[in-house]
Design a protein around this ligand. Structure first.
Ligand SMILES: [Fe+2]
Length: 359
């Protein structure tokens, strides 16, 4: 066996996001920050309101982090000491990519086309307000390429945050559907991280811990139980530390078309194929699936479908508005080159059969 482990993001956990962020800014002499947030409740949070009194703000990052907006944030961050991203995955992904863009030249499209970030980014402090994406502790930013109407993950050390301020109380404001979708995103991260060619003992340990917490506590968290929200928030951190090391698999790559073409929230879009792909993966990763099943307490497909139903997630393509005649087009929307971490080959024929089955 051979593996390495690296994650430089500082993690500060506790219900004191504003205080901790202000401390970090002061300790590091970051006197001019750009505060980046989303349109939803995040712009009205005390941490956002307070910081925006003394720092410039970029508000209304759109869902799914469009590349053009990443360019705008990078322009707004020119001359600043750091970026503070307050929000869900789209906000943090866009802010981290913008922070890398400020110090590396060019536009977001250059990097979506294969250019690599070679210089250290502008420091980016991430304050997550949802519990699922783990962008605050991962080396990935998923960006929408408007030219191709595709989502693509940019990856690399330049996309690590300077610090992650993990305040579980910020997740209390999530409406139930958002708690369900983001929680299932994290649950997908765990399973995809284990059943992955890059899986290693450290990432697997984190993923199994996260599976145990999320599978037990997500239903209560979705109903608004604050203790359960705290538990899931912590579980999601473990999930992030797992998939950061391994990347995701076909489950994520297939999900992007469901989100862009049918407006399905990211976590629900991932969950649609998750139980089925995991069941298929038994052919090549029986031992890994057994370890997941021992934590779940039963068959991976059955237990995942139960979890999805218990939080109101769709389980078929019909439910999200896909028409039978659109299945072939959907199968052609997947970036198969990016499915490089799967334990089984991911081909258009295999995905077409899968989409038929989950229709
Ligand atoms: Fe995800």
């Amino acid at each position: 066996m051979k593996f390495s482990y690296f994650n430089p993001s500082r993690i500060f956990y506790g219900s004191d996001a504003l205080q901790k962020t202000e401390e970090l800014l002061e300790e590091n002499n970051f006197s001019e920050a750009l505060v980046v947030c989303g349109a939803r409740a995040t712009k009205n949070l005390p941490v956002t309101m307070e910081l925006s009194k003394s720092h410039a703000c970029y508000i209304d990052v759109n869902p799914n982090s469009p590349a053009k907006q990443v360019d705008e944030i990078a322009s707004a961050a020119e001359g600043k000491d750091c970026i503070v991203a307050i929000g869900g995955g789209s906000v943090m992904d866009a802010a981290k990519a913008a922070a890398a863009l400020v110090t590396n030249c060019g536009k977001t499209y250059d990097y979506l086309d294969g250019k690599e970030f070679t210089k250290k980014p502008l420091p980016c402090i991430c304050v997550p307000t949802t519990a699922g994406t783990s962008s605050e502790i991962s080396r990935y930013s998923v960006i929408t390429d408007e030219r191709k109407n595709q989502k693509k993950a940019l990856g690399g050390e330049a996309l690590y945050s300077f610090a992650a301020i993990e305040d579980p109380s910020l997740s209390y404001g999530m409406p139930p559907a958002l708690a369900a979708s983001t929680g299932l995103d994290a649950f997908s991260h765990c399973l995809e991280s284990i059943v992955n060619v890059e899986n290693n003992p450290i990432s697997e340990n984190n993923a199994l811990k996260a599976i145990s917490i999320i599978s037990k506590r997500l239903p209560a968290s979705v109903k608004g139980d604050k203790k359960a929200r705290d538990d899931v928030f912590l579980g999601v951190m473990f999930a992030g530390l797992a998939f950061d090391q391994t990347g995701t698999t076909a489950v994520h790559k297939i999900s992007y078309a469901f989100t862009l073409d049918y407006g399905v929230p990211h976590g629900f879009a991932c969950a649609l194929t998750l139980p089925h792909i995991m069941e298929e993966n038994k052919k090549s990763a029986e031992e890994k699936i057994k370890r997941i099943e021992s934590v779940l307490g039963g068959n991976v497909k059955k237990k995942t479908l139960e979890l999805m139903k218990s939080v109101g997630a769709p389980t078929s393509l019909k439910e999200i508005g896909v028409k039978k005649e659109d299945l072939a087009k959907l199968a052609s929307r997947i970036d198969y080159v990016e499915c490089k971490h799967d334990v089984l080959p991911v081909t258009r024929e295999r995905v077409a059969r899968l989409l038929e089955r989950i229709y």
